[in-house]
Ligand binder design. Sequence first.
Ligand code: GLN
Length: 455
Amino acid sequence: NAYLDAIDRANPSLNAYVAVTHDKARAMASASDAKLARGEGGVLEGIPLGIKDLFATEGVHTQAASHILDKFEPRYESTVTANLWADGAVMLGKLNMDEFAMGSSNETSFYGPVVNPWRRANGDNKQLVPGGSSGGSAAAVAGWLCAGATATDTGGSIRQPAAFTGTVGIKPTYGRCSRWGTVAFASSLDQAGPIARDVRDAAILLKSMASVDPKDTTSVDLPVPDYEAAIGRPIKGLKVGIPREYRVDGMPDEIEKLWSQGIAWLREAGAEIVDISLPHTKYALPAYYIVAPAEASSNLARYDGVRYGLRVPGKDIVDMYEKTRAEGFGREVKRRVMIGTYVLSAGYYDAYYLKAQKVRTLIKRDFEEAYASGIDVILTPATPSAAFGIADEDMAADPVKMYLNDIFTVTVNMAGLPGIAVPAGLDASGLPLALQLIGRPFEEETLFQTAAVIE
Ligand code: GLN
Protein backbone atom coordinates (compact mmCIF):
# COMPACT_ATOMS: atom_id res chain seq x y z
CA ASN A 1 0.00 0.00 0.00
CA ALA A 2 2.87 2.37 0.73
CA TYR A 3 4.30 1.79 -2.73
CA LEU A 4 0.90 2.17 -4.41
CA ASP A 5 0.37 5.45 -2.53
CA ALA A 6 3.81 6.65 -3.55
CA ILE A 7 3.01 5.83 -7.19
CA ASP A 8 -0.34 7.63 -7.05
CA ARG A 9 1.40 10.66 -5.60
CA ALA A 10 4.57 10.85 -7.73
CA ASN A 11 3.73 9.16 -11.01
CA PRO A 12 1.80 12.09 -12.48
CA SER A 13 5.07 14.07 -12.43
CA LEU A 14 7.59 11.25 -13.12
CA ASN A 15 5.54 9.30 -15.72
CA ALA A 16 7.47 6.13 -14.82
CA TYR A 17 4.44 3.80 -14.91
CA VAL A 18 2.20 3.37 -17.95
CA ALA A 19 -0.16 1.06 -16.03
CA VAL A 20 -0.61 0.60 -12.29
CA THR A 21 -2.15 -2.75 -11.30
CA HIS A 22 -3.62 -1.75 -7.93
CA ASP A 23 -5.98 -4.73 -7.59
CA LYS A 24 -3.51 -7.31 -8.76
CA ALA A 25 -0.82 -5.88 -6.45
CA ARG A 26 -3.14 -6.05 -3.42
CA ALA A 27 -4.27 -9.60 -4.28
CA MET A 28 -0.68 -10.80 -4.74
CA ALA A 29 0.39 -9.07 -1.53
CA SER A 30 -2.42 -10.73 0.48
CA ALA A 31 -1.44 -14.11 -0.92
CA SER A 32 2.14 -13.39 0.16
CA ASP A 33 0.96 -12.36 3.65
CA ALA A 34 -0.89 -15.65 3.99
CA LYS A 35 2.14 -17.62 2.91
CA LEU A 36 4.47 -15.74 5.24
CA ALA A 37 2.01 -16.28 8.14
CA ARG A 38 2.29 -20.01 7.49
CA GLY A 39 6.09 -19.71 7.54
CA GLU A 40 6.23 -20.37 3.81
CA GLY A 41 7.14 -18.14 0.90
CA GLY A 42 9.90 -17.61 -1.63
CA VAL A 43 12.96 -15.38 -1.51
CA LEU A 44 10.97 -12.45 -2.93
CA GLU A 45 7.76 -13.07 -1.01
CA GLY A 46 5.79 -9.81 -0.87
CA ILE A 47 8.48 -7.70 -2.56
CA PRO A 48 6.77 -5.13 -4.84
CA LEU A 49 8.34 -4.83 -8.29
CA GLY A 50 7.76 -2.76 -11.40
CA ILE A 51 7.87 -4.51 -14.78
CA LYS A 52 9.16 -2.93 -17.99
CA ASP A 53 6.34 -2.70 -20.54
CA LEU A 54 8.38 -5.00 -22.83
CA PHE A 55 7.62 -8.12 -20.75
CA ALA A 56 4.41 -9.99 -21.53
CA THR A 57 2.21 -10.07 -18.42
CA GLU A 58 -0.93 -12.15 -18.68
CA GLY A 59 -4.05 -10.03 -18.97
CA VAL A 60 -2.09 -6.84 -18.24
CA HIS A 61 -1.06 -3.88 -20.45
CA THR A 62 1.93 -4.95 -22.62
CA GLN A 63 2.59 -2.43 -25.37
CA ALA A 64 6.36 -1.84 -25.49
CA ALA A 65 5.31 1.81 -25.03
CA SER A 66 4.08 1.80 -28.63
CA HIS A 67 0.83 3.01 -30.15
CA ILE A 68 0.85 0.02 -32.50
CA LEU A 69 0.23 -2.38 -29.59
CA ASP A 70 -2.81 -0.43 -28.36
CA LYS A 71 -4.82 -2.36 -25.79
CA PHE A 72 -2.72 -5.50 -26.24
CA GLU A 73 -3.04 -7.79 -23.23
CA PRO A 74 -1.22 -11.08 -23.75
CA ARG A 75 -2.72 -14.41 -22.77
CA TYR A 76 0.63 -15.62 -21.49
CA GLU A 77 3.36 -14.59 -19.09
CA SER A 78 7.04 -14.01 -19.93
CA THR A 79 9.41 -16.54 -18.39
CA VAL A 80 11.32 -13.83 -16.51
CA THR A 81 8.20 -12.43 -14.81
CA ALA A 82 6.82 -15.94 -14.18
CA ASN A 83 10.08 -16.73 -12.35
CA LEU A 84 9.69 -13.62 -10.18
CA TRP A 85 6.07 -14.42 -9.29
CA ALA A 86 7.05 -18.02 -8.48
CA ASP A 87 9.48 -16.60 -5.91
CA GLY A 88 6.71 -14.50 -4.35
CA ALA A 89 7.23 -11.05 -5.91
CA VAL A 90 4.26 -8.68 -6.24
CA MET A 91 3.52 -6.72 -9.44
CA LEU A 92 2.87 -2.99 -9.04
CA GLY A 93 2.43 -2.26 -12.73
CA LYS A 94 4.09 -1.74 -16.09
CA LEU A 95 6.93 0.70 -16.57
CA ASN A 96 7.44 3.31 -19.28
CA MET A 97 10.29 2.85 -21.76
CA ASP A 98 11.47 4.00 -25.16
CA GLU A 99 9.19 2.65 -27.87
CA PHE A 100 10.24 -0.96 -28.60
CA ALA A 101 13.33 -0.25 -26.43
CA MET A 102 14.82 2.02 -29.09
CA GLY A 103 16.38 5.03 -27.46
CA SER A 104 18.72 6.32 -24.78
CA SER A 105 16.55 8.94 -23.10
CA ASN A 106 13.03 7.51 -22.78
CA GLU A 107 11.75 10.25 -25.05
CA THR A 108 10.58 7.92 -27.85
CA SER A 109 7.75 6.46 -25.73
CA PHE A 110 4.20 6.85 -27.05
CA TYR A 111 3.32 7.72 -23.45
CA GLY A 112 5.69 10.67 -23.29
CA PRO A 113 9.04 11.14 -21.56
CA VAL A 114 9.91 9.84 -18.11
CA VAL A 115 11.31 12.41 -15.70
CA ASN A 116 14.47 11.58 -13.75
CA PRO A 117 13.82 12.02 -9.98
CA TRP A 118 17.25 13.69 -9.74
CA ARG A 119 17.76 17.44 -10.28
CA ARG A 120 20.99 19.39 -10.62
CA ALA A 121 22.17 20.95 -7.37
CA ASN A 122 22.76 24.31 -9.11
CA GLY A 123 19.13 25.28 -8.73
CA ASP A 124 18.30 25.35 -12.47
CA ASN A 125 15.57 22.81 -11.66
CA LYS A 126 15.58 21.59 -15.26
CA GLN A 127 13.85 18.26 -15.85
CA LEU A 128 16.37 15.59 -16.80
CA VAL A 129 16.00 12.33 -18.71
CA PRO A 130 16.38 9.10 -16.75
CA GLY A 131 18.21 7.48 -19.69
CA GLY A 132 16.75 4.77 -21.83
CA SER A 133 15.38 2.56 -22.95
CA SER A 134 14.57 1.28 -19.44
CA GLY A 135 13.98 4.82 -18.16
CA GLY A 136 10.74 3.98 -16.35
CA SER A 137 12.47 1.13 -14.53
CA ALA A 138 15.37 3.35 -13.45
CA ALA A 139 13.19 6.31 -12.43
CA ALA A 140 10.78 4.09 -10.48
CA VAL A 141 13.62 2.48 -8.52
CA ALA A 142 15.40 5.80 -7.89
CA GLY A 143 12.11 7.50 -6.93
CA TRP A 144 11.07 4.72 -4.52
CA LEU A 145 8.05 3.77 -6.64
CA CYS A 146 9.06 0.08 -6.48
CA ALA A 147 11.61 -2.01 -4.61
CA GLY A 148 13.22 -3.18 -7.83
CA ALA A 149 12.39 -3.47 -11.51
CA THR A 150 12.86 -5.63 -14.55
CA ALA A 151 14.60 -4.10 -17.53
CA THR A 152 16.18 -5.16 -20.82
CA ASP A 153 19.45 -4.25 -22.50
CA THR A 154 20.17 -4.50 -26.23
CA GLY A 155 22.92 -1.89 -26.36
CA GLY A 156 22.96 -0.34 -22.89
CA SER A 157 19.32 0.04 -21.89
CA ILE A 158 19.81 -1.35 -18.39
CA ARG A 159 23.22 0.14 -17.63
CA GLN A 160 22.82 3.67 -19.01
CA PRO A 161 19.53 4.44 -17.18
CA ALA A 162 20.97 2.91 -14.00
CA ALA A 163 23.98 5.23 -14.42
CA PHE A 164 21.72 8.29 -14.90
CA THR A 165 19.69 7.58 -11.76
CA GLY A 166 22.26 6.36 -9.21
CA THR A 167 20.87 2.81 -9.27
CA VAL A 168 22.50 -0.54 -10.02
CA GLY A 169 21.76 -2.31 -13.31
CA ILE A 170 23.16 -5.56 -14.62
CA LYS A 171 22.91 -7.00 -18.11
CA PRO A 172 23.76 -10.65 -17.67
CA THR A 173 25.49 -12.84 -20.25
CA TYR A 174 23.42 -13.45 -23.39
CA GLY A 175 21.45 -16.62 -22.66
CA ARG A 176 21.33 -16.20 -18.87
CA CYS A 177 17.65 -15.09 -18.86
CA SER A 178 15.01 -16.48 -21.18
CA ARG A 179 13.78 -14.06 -23.84
CA TRP A 180 10.46 -15.87 -24.11
CA GLY A 181 7.58 -13.45 -23.72
CA THR A 182 9.82 -10.39 -24.02
CA VAL A 183 8.90 -8.24 -27.02
CA ALA A 184 11.84 -8.65 -29.42
CA PHE A 185 13.96 -5.69 -30.54
CA ALA A 186 17.25 -7.25 -31.77
CA SER A 187 17.09 -10.91 -30.84
CA SER A 188 20.83 -11.64 -30.90
CA LEU A 189 21.53 -8.75 -28.50
CA ASP A 190 18.47 -8.52 -26.20
CA GLN A 191 18.88 -9.64 -22.57
CA ALA A 192 16.74 -9.07 -19.51
CA GLY A 193 18.20 -8.00 -16.18
CA PRO A 194 17.26 -6.08 -13.03
CA ILE A 195 17.58 -2.44 -12.00
CA ALA A 196 17.84 -2.22 -8.23
CA ARG A 197 18.73 0.13 -5.41
CA ASP A 198 21.99 -1.61 -4.57
CA VAL A 199 24.28 -4.44 -5.64
CA ARG A 200 22.75 -6.94 -3.22
CA ASP A 201 19.20 -6.34 -4.45
CA ALA A 202 20.40 -6.70 -8.05
CA ALA A 203 22.04 -10.03 -7.17
CA ILE A 204 18.87 -11.37 -5.53
CA LEU A 205 16.66 -10.27 -8.43
CA LEU A 206 18.93 -11.67 -11.15
CA LYS A 207 19.06 -15.03 -9.40
CA SER A 208 15.28 -15.18 -9.56
CA MET A 209 14.98 -13.93 -13.16
CA ALA A 210 17.59 -16.25 -14.68
CA SER A 211 16.72 -19.74 -15.91
CA VAL A 212 17.14 -22.16 -18.77
CA ASP A 213 13.91 -22.33 -20.73
CA PRO A 214 12.93 -24.83 -23.43
CA LYS A 215 10.84 -22.03 -24.99
CA ASP A 216 14.01 -20.01 -25.72
CA THR A 217 16.69 -22.16 -27.32
CA THR A 218 19.30 -19.42 -26.76
CA SER A 219 18.84 -19.66 -23.00
CA VAL A 220 21.68 -21.60 -21.47
CA ASP A 221 21.56 -24.73 -19.35
CA LEU A 222 23.99 -23.73 -16.63
CA PRO A 223 23.20 -23.69 -12.91
CA VAL A 224 22.33 -20.19 -11.63
CA PRO A 225 24.81 -19.45 -8.83
CA ASP A 226 23.94 -17.76 -5.55
CA TYR A 227 25.00 -14.28 -6.70
CA GLU A 228 24.39 -12.77 -3.28
CA ALA A 229 27.07 -15.01 -1.80
CA ALA A 230 29.67 -13.33 -4.03
CA ILE A 231 29.15 -9.98 -2.26
CA GLY A 232 31.83 -9.38 0.36
CA ARG A 233 34.27 -11.91 -1.12
CA PRO A 234 37.71 -10.29 -1.17
CA ILE A 235 39.01 -9.18 -4.57
CA LYS A 236 42.68 -9.56 -3.62
CA GLY A 237 44.64 -10.79 -6.63
CA LEU A 238 41.76 -10.18 -9.06
CA LYS A 239 43.11 -8.96 -12.41
CA VAL A 240 41.26 -5.85 -13.56
CA GLY A 241 41.76 -4.77 -17.18
CA ILE A 242 41.70 -1.08 -18.15
CA PRO A 243 41.08 -0.84 -21.90
CA ARG A 244 42.99 2.06 -23.43
CA GLU A 245 40.54 2.44 -26.32
CA TYR A 246 37.82 3.57 -23.92
CA ARG A 247 39.77 6.79 -23.33
CA VAL A 248 37.76 8.36 -26.14
CA ASP A 249 38.33 11.82 -27.61
CA GLY A 250 36.57 14.57 -25.76
CA MET A 251 35.94 12.48 -22.66
CA PRO A 252 34.93 14.96 -19.94
CA ASP A 253 37.37 15.45 -17.08
CA GLU A 254 34.89 14.28 -14.49
CA ILE A 255 34.44 10.93 -16.25
CA GLU A 256 38.23 10.55 -16.47
CA LYS A 257 38.47 11.32 -12.72
CA LEU A 258 35.70 8.90 -11.83
CA TRP A 259 37.49 6.16 -13.72
CA SER A 260 40.80 6.87 -11.96
CA GLN A 261 39.00 6.87 -8.63
CA GLY A 262 37.50 3.45 -9.44
CA ILE A 263 40.92 2.12 -10.36
CA ALA A 264 42.31 3.42 -7.06
CA TRP A 265 39.53 1.78 -5.01
CA LEU A 266 40.06 -1.60 -6.65
CA ARG A 267 43.84 -1.35 -6.26
CA GLU A 268 43.46 -0.49 -2.55
CA ALA A 269 41.25 -3.56 -2.17
CA GLY A 270 44.10 -5.71 -3.49
CA ALA A 271 43.23 -6.06 -7.17
CA GLU A 272 45.96 -6.03 -9.78
CA ILE A 273 45.38 -3.32 -12.40
CA VAL A 274 46.48 -4.19 -15.94
CA ASP A 275 46.39 -1.97 -19.06
CA ILE A 276 44.78 -3.83 -21.91
CA SER A 277 43.85 -3.17 -25.51
CA LEU A 278 40.53 -3.90 -27.20
CA PRO A 279 41.54 -2.66 -30.65
CA HIS A 280 38.19 -2.89 -32.42
CA THR A 281 36.26 -0.85 -29.86
CA LYS A 282 35.81 2.14 -32.15
CA TYR A 283 33.86 0.06 -34.66
CA ALA A 284 31.38 -1.24 -32.10
CA LEU A 285 28.94 1.66 -32.21
CA PRO A 286 28.61 1.86 -36.02
CA ALA A 287 28.38 -1.93 -36.28
CA TYR A 288 25.72 -2.01 -33.54
CA TYR A 289 23.64 0.59 -35.36
CA ILE A 290 23.57 -1.74 -38.38
CA VAL A 291 22.99 -5.08 -36.64
CA ALA A 292 20.33 -3.82 -34.19
CA PRO A 293 18.14 -2.02 -36.80
CA ALA A 294 18.52 -4.97 -39.21
CA GLU A 295 17.13 -7.39 -36.63
CA ALA A 296 14.52 -4.84 -35.55
CA SER A 297 13.20 -4.35 -39.08
CA SER A 298 12.66 -8.09 -39.30
CA ASN A 299 11.16 -8.48 -35.80
CA LEU A 300 8.79 -5.54 -36.26
CA ALA A 301 7.40 -6.88 -39.56
CA ARG A 302 4.79 -8.73 -37.50
CA TYR A 303 2.98 -5.52 -36.52
CA ASP A 304 0.66 -5.31 -39.49
CA GLY A 305 -2.72 -4.42 -38.00
CA VAL A 306 -3.95 -8.00 -38.35
CA ARG A 307 -2.61 -9.80 -35.30
CA TYR A 308 -2.20 -7.27 -32.51
CA GLY A 309 -3.22 -3.89 -31.26
CA LEU A 310 -3.95 -0.99 -33.53
CA ARG A 311 -5.70 -1.35 -36.89
CA VAL A 312 -6.26 1.66 -39.12
CA PRO A 313 -8.80 0.72 -41.82
CA GLY A 314 -7.74 1.10 -45.46
CA LYS A 315 -9.26 0.55 -48.88
CA ASP A 316 -7.56 -2.87 -49.17
CA ILE A 317 -5.23 -4.97 -47.03
CA VAL A 318 -2.00 -3.35 -48.23
CA ASP A 319 -3.43 0.09 -47.59
CA MET A 320 -4.47 -1.09 -44.11
CA TYR A 321 -0.91 -2.34 -43.39
CA GLU A 322 0.58 0.94 -44.52
CA LYS A 323 -1.81 3.16 -42.62
CA THR A 324 -1.48 1.06 -39.45
CA ARG A 325 2.32 1.15 -39.52
CA ALA A 326 2.43 4.84 -40.47
CA GLU A 327 0.23 5.77 -37.54
CA GLY A 328 1.30 3.08 -35.07
CA PHE A 329 5.09 3.51 -35.10
CA GLY A 330 6.90 6.60 -33.82
CA ARG A 331 9.72 8.43 -35.60
CA GLU A 332 12.64 6.57 -34.05
CA VAL A 333 11.09 3.17 -34.74
CA LYS A 334 10.47 4.13 -38.35
CA ARG A 335 14.06 5.33 -38.67
CA ARG A 336 15.30 1.93 -37.39
CA VAL A 337 12.99 -0.02 -39.71
CA MET A 338 14.22 2.00 -42.68
CA ILE A 339 17.91 1.62 -41.77
CA GLY A 340 17.41 -2.08 -41.14
CA THR A 341 15.56 -2.68 -44.39
CA TYR A 342 18.24 -0.78 -46.28
CA VAL A 343 21.23 -2.67 -44.82
CA LEU A 344 19.52 -6.01 -45.45
CA SER A 345 18.51 -5.23 -49.03
CA ALA A 346 20.09 -7.23 -51.84
CA GLY A 347 22.48 -4.55 -53.08
CA TYR A 348 23.75 -3.46 -49.65
CA TYR A 349 23.73 -6.63 -47.56
CA ASP A 350 27.43 -7.45 -48.12
CA ALA A 351 28.63 -3.89 -47.70
CA TYR A 352 26.77 -3.20 -44.45
CA TYR A 353 25.13 -6.12 -42.70
CA LEU A 354 27.71 -8.80 -43.48
CA LYS A 355 30.53 -6.38 -42.75
CA ALA A 356 28.97 -5.44 -39.39
CA GLN A 357 28.69 -9.13 -38.49
CA LYS A 358 32.39 -9.59 -39.25
CA VAL A 359 33.24 -6.58 -37.11
CA ARG A 360 31.15 -8.10 -34.37
CA THR A 361 33.30 -11.24 -34.45
CA LEU A 362 36.45 -9.11 -34.15
CA ILE A 363 35.00 -7.26 -31.14
CA LYS A 364 34.19 -10.56 -29.47
CA ARG A 365 37.70 -11.81 -30.19
CA ASP A 366 39.27 -8.72 -28.55
CA PHE A 367 37.52 -9.65 -25.30
CA GLU A 368 38.39 -13.35 -25.64
CA GLU A 369 42.07 -12.44 -25.97
CA ALA A 370 41.96 -10.17 -22.92
CA TYR A 371 40.31 -12.88 -20.85
CA ALA A 372 42.70 -15.54 -22.19
CA SER A 373 45.60 -13.39 -20.95
CA GLY A 374 44.24 -13.77 -17.41
CA ILE A 375 42.05 -10.68 -17.02
CA ASP A 376 39.09 -11.40 -14.69
CA VAL A 377 37.08 -8.23 -15.12
CA ILE A 378 37.26 -4.99 -17.13
CA LEU A 379 36.59 -1.54 -15.64
CA THR A 380 35.29 1.35 -17.79
CA PRO A 381 33.00 4.35 -17.36
CA ALA A 382 29.33 3.47 -17.92
CA THR A 383 28.36 6.59 -19.86
CA PRO A 384 30.17 9.57 -21.39
CA SER A 385 28.17 12.06 -19.26
CA ALA A 386 25.61 12.43 -16.50
CA ALA A 387 21.88 12.72 -17.27
CA PHE A 388 21.03 15.46 -19.78
CA GLY A 389 17.94 17.63 -20.08
CA ILE A 390 14.62 16.55 -21.54
CA ALA A 391 14.29 17.81 -25.15
CA ASP A 392 18.03 18.48 -25.37
CA GLU A 393 18.49 20.51 -28.56
CA ASP A 394 21.74 18.86 -29.70
CA MET A 395 20.29 15.39 -29.43
CA ALA A 396 17.03 16.31 -31.07
CA ALA A 397 18.85 17.85 -34.03
CA ASP A 398 21.16 14.88 -34.59
CA PRO A 399 20.11 11.30 -33.79
CA VAL A 400 23.76 10.20 -33.99
CA LYS A 401 24.50 12.36 -30.89
CA MET A 402 21.92 10.30 -29.03
CA TYR A 403 23.50 7.08 -30.29
CA LEU A 404 26.87 8.22 -28.86
CA ASN A 405 25.44 7.71 -25.38
CA ASP A 406 25.90 3.99 -25.94
CA ILE A 407 29.60 4.20 -26.73
CA PHE A 408 30.75 2.32 -23.60
CA THR A 409 27.88 -0.15 -23.41
CA VAL A 410 27.19 -1.60 -26.91
CA THR A 411 30.46 -3.57 -27.15
CA VAL A 412 29.23 -5.73 -24.27
CA ASN A 413 26.07 -6.74 -26.15
CA MET A 414 27.98 -7.29 -29.39
CA ALA A 415 30.22 -9.74 -27.50
CA GLY A 416 27.35 -11.28 -25.47
CA LEU A 417 29.16 -10.55 -22.18
CA PRO A 418 27.80 -9.58 -18.75
CA GLY A 419 28.10 -5.93 -17.69
CA ILE A 420 27.04 -4.03 -14.57
CA ALA A 421 26.67 -0.29 -13.94
CA VAL A 422 27.37 0.75 -10.37
CA PRO A 423 27.09 4.26 -8.92
CA ALA A 424 30.56 5.66 -8.21
CA GLY A 425 30.25 9.39 -7.64
CA LEU A 426 28.61 12.67 -8.55
CA ASP A 427 29.39 15.17 -11.27
CA ALA A 428 30.03 18.87 -10.56
CA SER A 429 26.29 19.58 -10.52
CA GLY A 430 25.54 16.75 -8.09
CA LEU A 431 24.21 14.20 -10.58
CA PRO A 432 25.08 10.51 -10.27
CA LEU A 433 27.84 8.96 -12.39
CA ALA A 434 28.57 5.27 -12.75
CA LEU A 435 31.34 2.86 -13.60
CA GLN A 436 30.86 -0.27 -15.66
CA LEU A 437 32.38 -3.69 -14.99
CA ILE A 438 32.49 -6.22 -17.82
CA GLY A 439 32.96 -9.90 -17.00
CA ARG A 440 33.77 -13.22 -18.59
CA PRO A 441 30.79 -15.11 -20.01
CA PHE A 442 28.53 -16.43 -17.21
CA GLU A 443 30.74 -14.97 -14.49
CA GLU A 444 28.23 -12.48 -13.15
CA GLU A 445 29.46 -13.42 -9.66
CA THR A 446 32.73 -11.58 -10.30
CA LEU A 447 30.73 -8.50 -11.29
CA PHE A 448 28.70 -8.51 -8.07
CA GLN A 449 31.82 -9.17 -6.01
CA THR A 450 33.73 -6.27 -7.62
CA ALA A 451 30.77 -3.86 -7.85
CA ALA A 452 30.22 -4.25 -4.10
CA VAL A 453 33.73 -2.85 -3.54
CA ILE A 454 32.92 0.25 -5.62
CA GLU A 455 29.40 0.83 -4.30
N1 GLN B 1 20.18 3.09 -26.96
C1 GLN B 1 20.34 1.89 -27.72
C2 GLN B 1 19.38 1.87 -28.89
O1 GLN B 1 18.64 2.79 -28.99
C3 GLN B 1 20.16 0.69 -26.85
C4 GLN B 1 18.76 0.38 -26.58
C5 GLN B 1 18.61 -0.87 -25.76
O2 GLN B 1 19.57 -1.36 -25.16
N2 GLN B 1 17.42 -1.43 -25.80
O3 GLN B 1 19.36 0.98 -29.67
